[in-house]
Each structure stands twice: as structure tokens, then as C-alpha cells.
Design a protein around this ligand. Structure first.
Ligand SMILES: [Zn+2]
Length: 175
């Protein structure tokens, strides 16, 4: 396996309802056709693609160097989200993509971190080219979803701390 140091996120720049009734496989094959026939590449440029419903599939085999960012294909994994037509670099994730896509991208990143190490760098195409792609800032997005997560879940340690505080208060013990 080639060494992996970075994940670079993209979008397909398609409209939200593009090929909506077709399965993800067909959508991926259409992107493959653009890359192979129109650009003359050996295969689709991205390693993973994420559909509007959060479905995910493989594009180019991960052990092969991709074709997704000029000068940054060696050592990187390219992930592309379906959607993002007309996106600008500083838009919000939710302006162009679904909650299901957010969940799928997070699980895929966590999986890849497990596989290749937690130190994987995370970037968007817009950091390497004057492009909107993928339509949000990947670093800040990742930080926000990582900090958001615990707030929705009640932490057991917090419950215990609350109970102890309540008991101490009831007993008149000063903390
Ligand atoms: Zn891109």
C-alpha cells in the first residue's frame, strides 16, 4: 500500500437533483466517463464518492494514486461529495450537502484515520487551487462537527457529577 498522509475533499459540482433517480453506482460511472473519456485519465480521479443519501462507494482503488488535485495526488486520498454546483470556498457545508452526507463523510474520515493514523491532514481542493470546490472549508467544518457531537449526548460523567453535587448540597457540605 502506498503511504497516505492526507485526505482531500471535493465535490462533483452537480446540482442537488442531478441523476436523482439513478443509483449511486450509475452516478459514479457517469463521473468516471467524464474523467476517462473527456479528460483522458485512466480511471475516475477520486477514491471515494458520497451520494446525496449518504451512500458511499469506491471510485479509483485506494492503492492507486488518484487524479484530483494537481501536484497533490501522491500520498493523498480524494473523496468527492455529490452536489456543490455553483459552490464558493467559504460557503457552509449545509448550503450544498445533506446531513446524510455529513454523517457519511465523518464516518469515512474516522475509518481512514483508524487505517492510516489519526495524524492524517485534512484539506479541501480550494486550499490548493483558486476554486470553490468542495464548497466549504474542510478544517473548520471538521472541527465544528467534532465539537458538536458530544453536546447532543448527555455524558454519564456529567450525570454522576450532578448527582454528587446535589447530594452534597442536600447534606449541607460545601464543595
Ligand atoms: Zn475538486
Amino acid at each position: 500500500m502506498r503511504p497516505i498522509t492526507e485526505i482531500i475533499v471535493h465535490c462533483t459540482a452537480t446540482r442537488p437533483d442531478w441523476w436523482a433517480k439513478k443509483p449511486l453506482k450509475s452516478q459514479i460511472n457517469e463521473v468516471r466517463r467524464w474523467h476517462v473519456q473527456d479528460r483522458g485519465w485512466s480511471d475516475i480521479g477520486y477514491h471515494y464518492l458520497i451520494g446525496r443519501d449518504g451512500g458511499m462507494d469506491v471510485g479509483r482503488p485506494i492503492e492507486k494514486v488518484g487524479a484530483h488535485v494537481k501536484g497533490h495526488n501522491t500520498g493523498t486520498i480524494g473523496i468527492s461529495l455529490f452536489g456543490g454546483a455553483g459552490a464558493s470556498a467559504d460557503d457552509n457545508f449545509a448550503d450544498h450537502f445533506t446531513d446524510e452526507q455529513s454523517g457519511a463523510l465523518q464516518s469515512l474520515i474516522l475509518h481512514l484515520q483508524k487505517e492510516y493514523g489519526p495524524g492524517l491532514k485534512m484539506s479541501g481542493h480550494n486550499e490548493y487551487a483558486a476554486k470553490g470546490c468542495p464548497g466549504f472549508r474542510v478544517g473548520p467544518w471538521w472541527n465544528s462537527v467534532q465539537t458538536e457531537k458530544p453536546s447532543g449526548i448527555i455524558q454519564p460523567t456529567n450525570i454522576i457529577a450532578t448527582i454528587i453535587t446535589a447530594i452534597m448540597r442536600a447534606l449541607g457540605v460545601k464543595k
